[in-house]
Design a protein around this ligand. Structure first.
Ligand code: CO
Length: 177
């Protein structure tokens, strides 16, 4: 379980487009456990598999109603009503981006045993899920900025972090076994 670690921008793992989970093995349960461990340790409300270098479509969230696991999640519907909110990301420390998203969504996903479920979410849970589902397609909050603002935000961030060792991805962005 200690094999996974949180990937920090600009780690290339954060840009992988995940593949669907097809076999719901014990290995998937191990990944889910590692993800929730890392999420809680980092005091986050959500974590997606690319953030630990895994290229399978898996995410976890805890927005006050306990741990929820989503495997192969798909947004079936999004409300026309949208809202804006300053989002942070465990993989891009020190950066928040104001992102406009549908207020309500309907999601279909599978649990750790492969059983399908459909649920509707609104408010913060809906937002957290959309943020994590973006991760599964290699999309990050900074992608919502126009190029000029993205340059300014990341320049400020790199100045702040000067002197720290840059973390790079050396493992393949996938599950090995
Ligand atoms: Co994030």
């Amino acid at each position: 379980m200690g094999q996974f670690e949180l990937k920090i921008y600009p780690d290339p793992c954060l840009r992988i487009k995940t593949k669907p989970v097809e076999r719901f093995t014990g290995e998937i349960k191990d990944i889910l456990r590692s993800m929730s461990d890392i999420m809680y340790r980092s005091r986050g409300i959500g974590l997606a598999s690319p953030q630990i270098g895994v290229g399978l479509s898996i995410l976890v969230v805890d927005i006050g109603e306990g741990l929820l696991n989503f495997i192969n999640p798909v947004i079936l519907e999004g409300s026309a009503e949208r809202s804006k909110f300053d989002e942070g990301c465990l993989s891009i420390p020190g950066v928040t981006v104001n992102v406009k998203r549908p207020e309500k969504i309907k999601v279909r996903a599978q649990n750790e045993n492969g059983d399908f479920f459909i649920r509707e979410f609104d408010g913060l849970p809906a937002r957290a899920l959309q943020h994590e589902i973006d991760h599964l397609r290699g999309r990050l909050i900074i992608d919502y900025l126009d190029p000029v603002r993205r340059f300014i935000v990341l320049k400020r961030k790199s100045t702040k972090k000067r002197g720290q060792k840059e973390i790079t991805c050396e493992v393949t962005c996938n599950v090995k076994r």
